[in-house]
Design a protein around this ligand. Structure first.
Ligand code: SF4
Length: 362
Protein backbone atom coordinates (compact mmCIF):
# COMPACT_ATOMS: atom_id res chain seq x y z
CA UNK A 1 0.00 0.00 0.00
CA UNK A 2 1.34 3.45 -0.91
CA UNK A 3 1.88 5.86 1.95
CA UNK A 4 -0.59 8.76 1.85
CA UNK A 5 1.15 12.08 2.05
CA UNK A 6 -1.76 14.33 2.91
CA UNK A 7 -4.33 13.69 5.58
CA UNK A 8 -7.07 16.13 6.56
CA UNK A 9 -8.32 16.12 10.13
CA UNK A 10 -11.67 14.83 8.84
CA UNK A 11 -10.07 11.94 7.00
CA UNK A 12 -8.14 10.98 10.14
CA UNK A 13 -11.32 11.21 12.20
CA UNK A 14 -13.02 8.84 9.78
CA UNK A 15 -10.23 6.32 10.41
CA UNK A 16 -10.37 6.95 14.16
CA UNK A 17 -14.11 6.25 14.27
CA UNK A 18 -14.02 2.95 12.40
CA UNK A 19 -15.28 -0.12 14.26
CA UNK A 20 -12.44 -0.96 16.63
CA UNK A 21 -12.22 -4.59 15.57
CA UNK A 22 -11.60 -3.50 11.95
CA UNK A 23 -9.37 -0.57 12.90
CA UNK A 24 -7.07 -2.86 14.88
CA UNK A 25 -6.82 -5.32 12.01
CA UNK A 26 -6.03 -2.60 9.48
CA UNK A 27 -3.44 -1.05 11.78
CA UNK A 28 -1.81 -4.43 12.46
CA UNK A 29 -1.61 -5.01 8.70
CA UNK A 30 0.02 -1.61 8.07
CA UNK A 31 2.39 -2.22 10.98
CA UNK A 32 3.66 -5.45 9.42
CA UNK A 33 4.28 -3.73 6.09
CA UNK A 34 6.73 -1.27 7.63
CA UNK A 35 8.04 -2.80 10.87
CA UNK A 36 9.07 -6.12 12.42
CA UNK A 37 6.03 -6.73 14.61
CA UNK A 38 7.94 -9.05 16.96
CA UNK A 39 10.54 -6.39 17.84
CA UNK A 40 9.92 -3.57 20.28
CA UNK A 41 12.36 -0.79 21.01
CA UNK A 42 12.98 -0.20 24.71
CA UNK A 43 14.03 3.23 25.97
CA UNK A 44 14.97 4.30 29.46
CA UNK A 45 13.91 7.79 30.47
CA UNK A 46 16.18 9.46 33.00
CA UNK A 47 15.44 12.78 34.65
CA UNK A 48 18.76 14.62 34.62
CA UNK A 49 17.31 17.81 36.11
CA UNK A 50 14.10 17.39 38.06
CA UNK A 51 11.47 19.96 39.02
CA UNK A 52 11.50 23.72 39.39
CA UNK A 53 10.30 24.33 35.82
CA UNK A 54 8.95 27.85 35.13
CA UNK A 55 6.32 26.63 32.60
CA UNK A 56 2.64 26.01 33.40
CA UNK A 57 1.91 22.76 31.52
CA UNK A 58 -1.34 21.69 33.19
CA UNK A 59 -0.40 18.01 33.36
CA UNK A 60 3.11 18.35 34.75
CA UNK A 61 4.16 17.73 38.35
CA UNK A 62 7.54 19.37 37.63
CA UNK A 63 6.09 22.85 37.11
CA UNK A 64 7.35 24.92 40.05
CA UNK A 65 4.04 26.78 40.39
CA UNK A 66 2.00 23.68 41.33
CA UNK A 67 2.12 21.99 44.73
CA UNK A 68 2.88 18.39 43.84
CA UNK A 69 5.64 17.50 46.28
CA UNK A 70 8.26 17.18 43.51
CA UNK A 71 11.45 18.73 44.86
CA UNK A 72 13.70 20.66 42.51
CA UNK A 73 17.06 18.92 42.02
CA UNK A 74 20.35 19.98 40.45
CA UNK A 75 21.73 18.50 37.24
CA UNK A 76 23.07 14.98 37.62
CA UNK A 77 26.80 14.35 37.16
CA UNK A 78 28.15 12.88 33.92
CA UNK A 79 29.41 9.80 35.80
CA UNK A 80 25.99 9.18 37.32
CA UNK A 81 24.32 9.43 33.93
CA UNK A 82 26.85 7.09 32.31
CA UNK A 83 26.34 4.51 35.09
CA UNK A 84 22.56 4.71 34.55
CA UNK A 85 23.07 4.28 30.81
CA UNK A 86 25.13 1.12 31.34
CA UNK A 87 22.50 -0.20 33.73
CA UNK A 88 19.75 0.52 31.18
CA UNK A 89 21.76 -1.25 28.47
CA UNK A 90 22.22 -4.34 30.66
CA UNK A 91 18.45 -4.65 31.10
CA UNK A 92 17.61 -4.49 27.39
CA UNK A 93 17.27 -0.78 26.61
CA UNK A 94 18.63 0.44 23.31
CA UNK A 95 18.10 4.14 24.04
CA UNK A 96 18.61 6.48 26.96
CA UNK A 97 16.44 9.58 26.93
CA UNK A 98 17.62 12.36 29.22
CA UNK A 99 14.99 14.83 30.40
CA UNK A 100 15.58 18.25 31.95
CA UNK A 101 12.72 20.36 33.32
CA UNK A 102 13.68 23.50 31.41
CA UNK A 103 11.65 26.01 29.39
CA UNK A 104 14.43 26.18 26.80
CA UNK A 105 18.11 25.43 26.44
CA UNK A 106 20.46 28.28 27.31
CA UNK A 107 24.02 28.60 26.08
CA UNK A 108 25.48 28.22 29.54
CA UNK A 109 27.58 25.88 31.67
CA UNK A 110 24.58 23.59 32.28
CA UNK A 111 24.19 23.02 28.55
CA UNK A 112 27.94 22.31 28.23
CA UNK A 113 27.46 19.76 31.00
CA UNK A 114 24.55 18.13 29.15
CA UNK A 115 26.70 17.95 25.99
CA UNK A 116 29.28 15.96 27.99
CA UNK A 117 26.48 13.63 29.14
CA UNK A 118 25.45 13.10 25.52
CA UNK A 119 29.00 12.24 24.56
CA UNK A 120 29.37 9.86 27.54
CA UNK A 121 26.13 8.00 26.73
CA UNK A 122 27.05 7.83 23.03
CA UNK A 123 30.23 6.00 24.11
CA UNK A 124 28.16 3.26 25.80
CA UNK A 125 26.70 2.29 22.40
CA UNK A 126 23.17 3.28 23.36
CA UNK A 127 21.13 5.64 21.23
CA UNK A 128 21.14 9.01 22.98
CA UNK A 129 17.97 11.06 23.17
CA UNK A 130 17.30 14.26 25.09
CA UNK A 131 14.28 16.36 25.98
CA UNK A 132 15.40 19.76 27.21
CA UNK A 133 12.69 22.16 26.08
CA UNK A 134 12.90 24.67 23.25
CA UNK A 135 16.07 24.65 21.22
CA UNK A 136 17.75 26.80 18.55
CA UNK A 137 19.19 25.35 15.36
CA UNK A 138 22.70 25.91 16.62
CA UNK A 139 22.00 24.23 19.95
CA UNK A 140 20.51 21.29 18.07
CA UNK A 141 23.68 21.13 15.96
CA UNK A 142 25.91 21.11 19.05
CA UNK A 143 23.87 18.23 20.48
CA UNK A 144 24.22 16.38 17.17
CA UNK A 145 27.99 16.97 17.23
CA UNK A 146 28.17 15.60 20.78
CA UNK A 147 26.57 12.36 19.53
CA UNK A 148 22.84 12.93 20.04
CA UNK A 149 20.69 10.53 18.02
CA UNK A 150 17.17 11.79 18.80
CA UNK A 151 15.42 14.76 20.39
CA UNK A 152 12.00 14.68 22.01
CA UNK A 153 9.66 17.66 21.86
CA UNK A 154 5.94 16.86 22.04
CA UNK A 155 3.12 18.83 20.45
CA UNK A 156 0.92 17.32 23.20
CA UNK A 157 -2.41 17.94 21.41
CA UNK A 158 -4.04 19.95 18.64
CA UNK A 159 -3.09 23.61 18.34
CA UNK A 160 -6.54 24.61 19.65
CA UNK A 161 -6.42 22.41 22.73
CA UNK A 162 -2.79 23.24 23.46
CA UNK A 163 -4.03 26.69 24.50
CA UNK A 164 -6.18 25.05 27.19
CA UNK A 165 -3.20 23.31 28.76
CA UNK A 166 -0.21 25.65 28.47
CA UNK A 167 -0.06 29.44 28.48
CA UNK A 168 3.66 30.08 28.83
CA UNK A 169 4.66 29.26 25.26
CA UNK A 170 3.03 28.85 21.88
CA UNK A 171 2.45 25.96 19.51
CA UNK A 172 4.65 27.69 16.93
CA UNK A 173 7.60 27.46 19.35
CA UNK A 174 7.13 23.70 19.47
CA UNK A 175 7.03 23.49 15.69
CA UNK A 176 10.11 25.69 15.36
CA UNK A 177 12.08 23.53 17.78
CA UNK A 178 11.10 20.40 15.86
CA UNK A 179 12.24 22.09 12.64
CA UNK A 180 15.57 23.03 14.27
CA UNK A 181 16.11 19.44 15.37
CA UNK A 182 15.30 18.19 11.87
CA UNK A 183 17.70 20.70 10.27
CA UNK A 184 20.52 19.48 12.52
CA UNK A 185 19.99 15.95 11.20
CA UNK A 186 18.77 14.62 14.55
CA UNK A 187 15.96 12.07 14.64
CA UNK A 188 12.67 13.62 15.82
CA UNK A 189 10.58 12.16 18.64
CA UNK A 190 7.31 14.01 19.08
CA UNK A 191 3.86 12.95 20.20
CA UNK A 192 1.02 13.69 22.54
CA UNK A 193 -1.01 12.99 25.62
CA UNK A 194 -4.58 11.75 25.59
CA UNK A 195 -7.00 12.00 28.49
CA UNK A 196 -6.45 15.72 29.23
CA UNK A 197 -10.07 16.57 28.39
CA UNK A 198 -9.42 17.04 24.67
CA UNK A 199 -11.90 15.89 22.04
CA UNK A 200 -11.41 13.10 19.52
CA UNK A 201 -11.05 15.86 16.92
CA UNK A 202 -8.13 17.33 18.89
CA UNK A 203 -6.37 13.97 18.88
CA UNK A 204 -6.85 13.68 15.14
CA UNK A 205 -5.83 17.33 14.70
CA UNK A 206 -2.47 16.61 16.29
CA UNK A 207 -1.94 13.62 13.98
CA UNK A 208 -2.83 15.84 10.99
CA UNK A 209 0.01 18.21 11.95
CA UNK A 210 2.50 15.36 12.04
CA UNK A 211 1.19 13.86 8.80
CA UNK A 212 1.58 17.25 7.11
CA UNK A 213 5.29 17.52 7.97
CA UNK A 214 7.70 17.02 5.08
CA UNK A 215 9.33 14.31 7.17
CA UNK A 216 7.07 13.15 10.01
CA UNK A 217 8.69 12.27 13.36
CA UNK A 218 10.62 9.00 13.38
CA UNK A 219 9.13 8.36 16.80
CA UNK A 220 5.67 9.30 18.11
CA UNK A 221 5.04 8.81 21.84
CA UNK A 222 1.39 8.36 22.76
CA UNK A 223 0.93 9.03 26.46
CA UNK A 224 -2.13 8.46 28.63
CA UNK A 225 -2.41 11.27 31.15
CA UNK A 226 -1.19 10.35 34.61
CA UNK A 227 -3.31 12.74 36.69
CA UNK A 228 -0.98 13.89 39.45
CA UNK A 229 -2.38 15.45 42.62
CA UNK A 230 -1.67 19.16 42.77
CA UNK A 231 -1.66 19.69 39.00
CA UNK A 232 -4.57 21.45 37.25
CA UNK A 233 -5.52 18.12 35.63
CA UNK A 234 -5.56 16.14 38.90
CA UNK A 235 -9.29 15.34 38.64
CA UNK A 236 -9.19 14.07 35.08
CA UNK A 237 -10.70 10.57 34.78
CA UNK A 238 -8.31 7.94 33.37
CA UNK A 239 -8.98 7.03 29.75
CA UNK A 240 -9.99 3.48 28.91
CA UNK A 241 -7.59 1.06 27.25
CA UNK A 242 -9.91 1.07 24.23
CA UNK A 243 -9.23 4.77 23.63
CA UNK A 244 -5.51 4.10 23.84
CA UNK A 245 -5.73 1.23 21.35
CA UNK A 246 -7.86 3.36 19.04
CA UNK A 247 -5.36 6.22 19.17
CA UNK A 248 -2.39 3.93 18.53
CA UNK A 249 -4.14 2.17 15.65
CA UNK A 250 -5.09 5.49 14.05
CA UNK A 251 -1.54 6.81 14.44
CA UNK A 252 -0.24 3.59 12.89
CA UNK A 253 -2.41 3.99 9.77
CA UNK A 254 -1.82 7.74 9.33
CA UNK A 255 1.93 7.65 10.00
CA UNK A 256 2.96 4.16 8.92
CA UNK A 257 6.73 4.61 9.08
CA UNK A 258 7.01 6.22 12.50
CA UNK A 259 7.75 4.12 15.58
CA UNK A 260 4.86 4.56 18.02
CA UNK A 261 5.92 4.74 21.65
CA UNK A 262 3.52 3.36 24.23
CA UNK A 263 4.56 5.85 26.90
CA UNK A 264 3.10 7.22 30.16
CA UNK A 265 0.14 5.49 31.74
CA UNK A 266 1.27 1.87 31.33
CA UNK A 267 0.95 1.16 35.08
CA UNK A 268 -2.82 1.43 34.65
CA UNK A 269 -2.85 -1.04 31.76
CA UNK A 270 -3.17 -4.81 32.02
CA UNK A 271 -0.77 -7.10 30.15
CA UNK A 272 -3.63 -7.90 27.79
CA UNK A 273 -4.25 -4.20 27.17
CA UNK A 274 -0.59 -3.61 26.38
CA UNK A 275 -0.62 -6.63 24.06
CA UNK A 276 -3.49 -5.05 22.13
CA UNK A 277 -1.43 -1.85 21.84
CA UNK A 278 1.49 -3.84 20.38
CA UNK A 279 -0.91 -5.57 17.99
CA UNK A 280 -2.28 -2.19 16.91
CA UNK A 281 1.17 -0.87 16.08
CA UNK A 282 3.04 0.25 19.19
CA UNK A 283 6.71 -0.50 18.57
CA UNK A 284 8.38 0.98 21.60
CA UNK A 285 8.04 1.35 25.36
CA UNK A 286 9.77 3.27 28.10
CA UNK A 287 11.40 1.03 30.70
CA UNK A 288 12.44 1.79 34.26
CA UNK A 289 10.43 2.19 37.44
CA UNK A 290 9.89 5.91 36.87
CA UNK A 291 8.98 8.08 33.90
CA UNK A 292 10.69 11.29 35.04
CA UNK A 293 8.55 11.61 38.18
CA UNK A 294 5.55 9.28 37.61
CA UNK A 295 5.49 5.49 38.19
CA UNK A 296 6.20 2.97 35.41
CA UNK A 297 6.15 -0.86 35.31
CA UNK A 298 9.23 -2.78 36.47
CA UNK A 299 11.51 -3.77 33.59
CA UNK A 300 11.44 -7.46 34.61
CA UNK A 301 7.67 -7.45 34.28
CA UNK A 302 8.05 -5.91 30.81
CA UNK A 303 10.50 -8.63 29.80
CA UNK A 304 8.14 -11.34 31.06
CA UNK A 305 5.39 -9.89 28.89
CA UNK A 306 7.77 -9.77 25.91
CA UNK A 307 8.54 -13.47 26.50
CA UNK A 308 4.86 -14.39 26.57
CA UNK A 309 4.23 -12.45 23.34
CA UNK A 310 7.39 -13.59 21.57
CA UNK A 311 8.74 -10.04 21.33
CA UNK A 312 12.45 -9.26 21.43
CA UNK A 313 13.96 -5.88 22.37
CA UNK A 314 15.33 -4.02 19.36
CA UNK A 315 19.10 -3.52 19.10
CA UNK A 316 20.53 0.03 19.22
CA UNK A 317 20.77 1.80 15.84
CA UNK A 318 18.48 -0.70 14.10
CA UNK A 319 16.76 2.20 12.32
CA UNK A 320 19.62 4.67 11.76
CA UNK A 321 23.36 5.31 11.85
CA UNK A 322 25.23 5.94 15.09
CA UNK A 323 26.24 9.64 15.09
CA UNK A 324 29.98 10.38 15.01
CA UNK A 325 31.15 12.68 17.79
CA UNK A 326 32.60 15.92 16.44
CA UNK A 327 34.72 17.95 18.86
CA UNK A 328 33.23 21.19 17.59
CA UNK A 329 30.33 20.60 19.99
CA UNK A 330 32.60 22.24 22.62
CA UNK A 331 32.72 25.49 20.67
CA UNK A 332 30.38 27.98 22.31
CA UNK A 333 31.80 31.06 20.57
CA UNK A 334 28.81 31.83 18.34
CA UNK A 335 26.09 31.44 20.95
CA UNK A 336 23.06 33.54 20.21
CA UNK A 337 22.91 36.48 22.58
CA UNK A 338 19.19 36.54 23.16
CA UNK A 339 16.75 33.92 22.00
CA UNK A 340 13.20 35.08 21.55
CA UNK A 341 10.53 32.48 22.20
CA UNK A 342 6.91 33.53 22.29
CA UNK A 343 4.91 34.17 25.45
CA UNK A 344 1.22 33.94 24.55
CA UNK A 345 -1.11 36.39 26.22
CA UNK A 346 -3.95 34.06 26.99
CA UNK A 347 -4.76 32.89 30.51
CA UNK A 348 -5.82 29.45 31.67
CA UNK A 349 -7.92 29.96 34.78
CA UNK A 350 -7.54 26.38 35.95
CA UNK A 351 -3.74 26.68 35.80
CA UNK A 352 -3.75 30.03 37.58
CA UNK A 353 -6.03 28.70 40.34
CA UNK A 354 -3.75 25.75 40.97
CA UNK A 355 -0.67 27.93 41.11
CA UNK A 356 -2.30 30.03 43.86
CA UNK A 357 -3.23 27.01 45.98
CA UNK A 358 -1.52 27.06 49.37
CA UNK A 359 -0.54 30.73 49.08
CA UNK A 360 -2.29 32.49 51.92
CA UNK A 361 -3.86 35.88 51.31
CA UNK A 362 -3.90 37.77 54.62
S1 SF4 B 1 6.24 19.45 30.72
FE1 SF4 B 1 8.35 20.21 30.58
S2 SF4 B 1 8.13 22.37 30.09
FE2 SF4 B 1 6.13 21.71 30.87
S3 SF4 B 1 6.22 22.15 33.08
FE3 SF4 B 1 6.87 20.04 32.81
S4 SF4 B 1 9.09 20.14 32.71
FE4 SF4 B 1 8.31 22.21 32.34
Amino acid sequence: MEEMTTWSREAILEVYNRPLINLMYEAATVHRQHHAADEVQVSTLLSIKTGGCPEDCGYCPQAARYHTGVEGEDLLTVNHVKAQALRAKSTGSSRLCMGAAWRNVKDDADFDHVLEMVRAVNETGLEVCATLGMLTERQAQRLADAGLYAYNHNLDSSEEYYKEIISTRGYEDRLKTIENVRTAGVSVCSGGIIGMGESHEDRCGMLAVYADMETPPESIPINALVAVEGTPLEDQEPISIWEMVRMIATTRIVLPKSVIRLSAGRTNMSDEGQALCFMAGAGSIFAGDKLLTTPNPDVNKDMQLFDVLGITPMKPYSKGEKPEVNERYKDNADAEKRIKWSRPEHKIVRNEDKSMKGKSVS
